[in-house]
Design a protein around this ligand. Structure first.
Ligand code: UTP
Length: 288
């Protein structure tokens, strides 16, 4: 069985839920305390032991490439001013892990974005991580999934229990619980109404997929609106082989949504050694 070495980061979406902040700035670059969202997820990939990543970008997403690149002028200035702590932080970002980029020329859906990474991934299983799903976990979420994959050998999709009233915001799976955290998936429904949802188990932005998903995506017809959905391709994959749903350990924030972003900001700030204390005091003083 092939080890998972590559992570694909689709980051070419338009971020309409966060307009106007995302009009001229990628959603993935919104700062959670002091690091852009996507950096948390890239660090998750590194901590899980992935060897390299591919970021799928699009128009207006140059800031992502600049962020993970060396910034010669900035480094020189910080060096001259003796700001060594900051200099180290800036350098570290450019050295997190090897990154390659590919462009999705039109935002034609998540499935279409993943397909753009085909040549850079090659013929091996790979991970997909969405940069606006931030998972705070002791063991990186994608690493937990990689352990399951090594044990059972099936593609893996991360799942989270959501309130019934929210099923319309997610892909929802039907399945049978085979272990405490593992669901053998039998069906997937994109954004069902609560009364039509087969469960309250929602698909979130972490996947481990075989390279055969690329040929499936090439044959997947666009939905109304022209988008190629990853869920449609996953349904075809499911008709060919078993897929495991995995209820990860940790807390996930939908940071691409305004309320989810605010929750993540408050909780991550409270956890910070340098900010947690004064920030907690400040919050306590608010008349809520
Ligand atoms: P979202 O559903 O969050 O869409 O995409 P979005 O366009 O980014 O944001 P909203 O919903 O309009 O606010 C899920 C992930 O898939 C990527 C996004 O960048 C995000 O990481 N994506 C989506 C693409 O890369 N290309 C697409 O065409 C669509």
């Amino acid at each position: 069985m092939n080890k998972i070495r590559v992570g694909v980061f689709p980051a070419a979406g338009l971020g309409t839920r966060f307009l106007p902040a995302t009009k001229a700035q990628p959603k993935e670059m919104l700062p959670l305390v002091d690091r852009p969202l996507i950096q948390y997820v890239v660090e998750e990939a590194r901590d899980a032991g992935l060897a390299r990543i591919v970021i799928v970008t699009g128009r207006g997403k140059n800031a992502i490439e600049d962020h993970f690149d060396t910034s010669f002028e900035l480094e020189k200035m910080l060096e001259e001013k003796g700001k060594n702590g900051l200099l180290e932080q800036v350098r570290e970002v450019a050295e997190i892990m090897p990154v390659s980029y590919v462009r999705q020329k039109q935002a034609l859906g998540l499935g279409h974005a993943v397909l753009q990474a085909k040549d850079l991934v090659g013929n091996e299983p790979f991970a997909v991580l969405l940069g606006d799903d931030i998972v705070d976990a002791e063991e990186p979420c994608i690493g937990q999934m990689m352990r399951l994959y090594e044990r059972r050998g099936n593609p893996v999709i991360a799942l989270q229990e959501v309130p019934r009233a929210e099923t319309r915001q997610y892909g929802i799976v039907a399945g049978e619980r085979v272990e405490e955290r593992v669901v053998k998936i039998t069906d997937m429904v994109e954004k069902p109404a609560p009364e039509k949802a087969p469960s309250n188990l929602a698909i979130i932005g972490r996947y481990l997929l075989p390279p055969e998903i690329f040929t499936i995506l090439e044959e997947t017809k666009p939905e109304v609106g022209g988008e190629i959905q990853l869920t449609s391709a996953l349904k075809t994959l499911l008709s060919r082989r078993p897929i495991d749903g995995y209820l990860f350990e940790g807390r996930r924030y939908d940071a691409g949504d305004k309320l989810g972003f605010l929750k993540a900001t408050v909780e991550f700030a409270l956890k910070r050694k340098d900010l947690g204390g004064p920030f907690r005091e400040y919050l306590k003083g608010l008349k809520l």
